[in-house]
Design a protein around this ligand. Structure first.
Ligand SMILES: Nc1ncnc2c1ncn2[C@@H]1O[C@H](COP(=O)(O)OP(=O)(O)OP(=O)(O)O)[C@@H](O)[C@H]1O
Ligand SMILES: [Mg+2]
Length: 497
């Protein structure tokens, strides 16, 4: 169905794609794997006409695609769902589907489009109301709007770039059958993901990129998470760091009877209390949307507490500015890197120095010390394996996972007294995920207190000393690591225990 031959693409000195050959047969789900910055998004942007390749040829259904635009790609039967959806939040589902669809203007009325959305939604189990306003939909539902949009435009090949990294487990569970149904109809899917278990469950075969080139391809039957990770990295991952015994010390973070509203002004946290001690990792597990995001925002100073108190190392910061919290010892890895984590129009070096630029050696009198800032950037880029041309590269040019590494390098690298990490491994490849877990354990061994919020139970089990489960805006239970088992945690997460 699709043949890409000799695809080359460089950005300055970075060779993002070096002579890539791939073929995708009809009726297959193909996983596209590779470390952060290995060239997956670039290759798919070339296919979709968003990025012009330096060399190479593409044929789709026997027809060549030359100097094509996204419009041509869609007309040929290719649909692409980007990680950041391209929908207009203030418009309805039907209006979004009609947007930029010339045929719709010419011969389809709004009601007819709404009718076809409803039919497609029923046929594929997408559960979409054509008249709903997109901004009010969950991320999973917005993604299904993108799917319906591609299907109505006649996509026979659907590319999904990390479709599950922002979805909660129940939303993932409803996406996968949709993709299987597309395959059953003879369409094909390219599925980019770092979650190897998902890839094994869903895909027929995988293509692995390493450093801009194809490192290998194989059927999924017979592959394991270990063999896939080894293909991606080119060597076996080292075993995880051993957890050292720590004796939890003073209470660094004390959260008491915290209540807060969500963005819509509805109370979403109903009185949450806990503390985290020095040398301890307290993990909060739970399905997304049960108050964890609001809790993290309130502790980080991005959302007002309606009631209750927060103290960091004895300092009452309940209503303090973000800067005062940082001075009290807080480091914050926010769940949403695009809006609260990084300034994408600034360089890596500037982003890394953001938190430290008011103290020597970075600040000398009124001046920012550029040499010190560069030295810091070089050191952190190397330590965290950020794939970039150098510290002067703009954050906006980094791959998704490499942007996440810059935040982690900035926040963990400061050796804080208290780390608040929300979904810190989102978008990271398996090697980088392992590195983050090791760094969190190293901070713990040095006596930091860590509040680790994650929907990935496996990660929670690897880092936590104690695990709390959030449900419906409350902390419904806390278990120690030794007493935790996945079944009980799962039941608590579903509000059933
Ligand atoms: N517009 C751009 N300008 C400069 N460099 C870019 C640009 N787009 C991508 N790159 C570089 O090309 C390389 C490949 O990036 P790409 O986004 O394709 O990686 P990826 O495999 O999708 O990674 P991830 O898993 O982190 O999403 C990276 O080194 C990235 O910094
Ligand atoms: Mg990518």
């Amino acid at each position: 169905m699709l043949e890409m031959r000799g695809i080359e693409k460089s950005f300055g000195a970075v060779r993002a794609n070096r002579g890539i050959d791939v073929s995708i047969p009809a009726g297959r789900i193909v996983g596209l794997l590779g470390e952060n910055g290995s060239g997956k998004t670039t290759l798919m942007n070339v296919l979709f006409g968003m990025v012009r390749a330096d060399a190479g040829t593409i044929t789709f259904d026997g027809r060549p695609l030359v100097h094509h635009t996204p419009h041509d790609a869609i007309a040929a039967g290719i649909g692409m769902i980007h990680q950041h959806f391209m929908l207009v939040p203030a418009m309805t589902v039907a209006e979004n589907v009609m947007l930029g669809w010339e045929d719709a203007g010419a011969w389809l009325r709004h009601d007819a489009v709404a009718q076809r959305i409803a039919e497609t939604s029923t046929a594929y189990g997408l559960d979409l109301d054509p008249h709903a306003v997109v901004g009010a939909l969950s991320l999973g539902a917005q993604q299904r709007v993108e799917i319906v949009k591609a299907l109505l435009r006649g996509a026979r090949l659907l590319v999904l770039d990390e479709p599950t990294s922002n979805l909660s487990p129940p939303e993932v569970a409803r996406l996968l059958p949709v993709l299987r149904k597309l395959r059953a109809e003879g369409r094909s899917v390219v599925f980019i993901s770092h979650k190897l278990q998902e890839v094994l469950d869903l895909c027929d075969e995988v293509i692995v990129l390493r450093d801009g080139a194809v490192a290998g391809a194989c059927p999924v039957a017979g592959a394991t998470r270990e063999t896939l990770a080894t293909m991606m990295v080119g060597r076996e991952l080292p075993p995880p760091l051993a957890r050292v015994e720590t004796t939890p010390g003073r209470e660094v973070l004390i959260v008491s009877d915290l209540r807060a509203l969500d963005d819509a002004g509805v109370e979403r946290l109903h009185g949450v209390s806990f503390s985290v001690r020095a040398g301890e990792v307290f993990a909060l597990a739970g399905v997304d949307g049960n108050g964890q995001a609001e809790l993290a925002d309130v502790i980080g100073g991005l959302r007002e507490a309606m009631h209750g108190s927060i103290s960091i190392d004895g300092d009452d910061v309940t209503h303090a500015t973000v800067t005062r919290r940082l001075r009290a010892g807080l480091a914050h890895v926010p769940a949403d890197r695009a809006t609260t984590g990084l300034v994408s129009a600034m360089t890596i070096a500037e982003n890394l120095a953001l938190r430290e630029s008011d103290a020597p050696p970075f600040r000398r009198g009124p001046w920012l010390d550029l040499a010190a800032t560069r030295a810091l950037a070089d050191e952190r880029i190397a330590a965290y394996g950020v794939r970039a041309e150098g510290g002067d590269a703009l954050v906006a040019t980094l791959s998704g996972g490499n942007q996440q590494k810059v935040i982690l390098a900035r926040e963990l690298g400061r050796r804080p007294a208290l780390l608040l990490a929300a979904q810190p491994t989102r978008g990271l490849d398996p090697g980088a995920t392992r590195f983050v877990i090791d760094q969190v354990l190293a901070l713990r061994a040095e006596g930091a207190a860590v509040l680790y919020i994650s929907t990935e139970l496996e990660e929670v089990m690897a880092v936590a000393d104690r695990i709390g489960v959030m449900f419906g805006g409350r902390l419904v239970g806390v278990v120690s690591r030794d007493d935790a088992d996945l079944t009980t945690l799962g039941l608590m997460m579903a509000g059933a225990a």
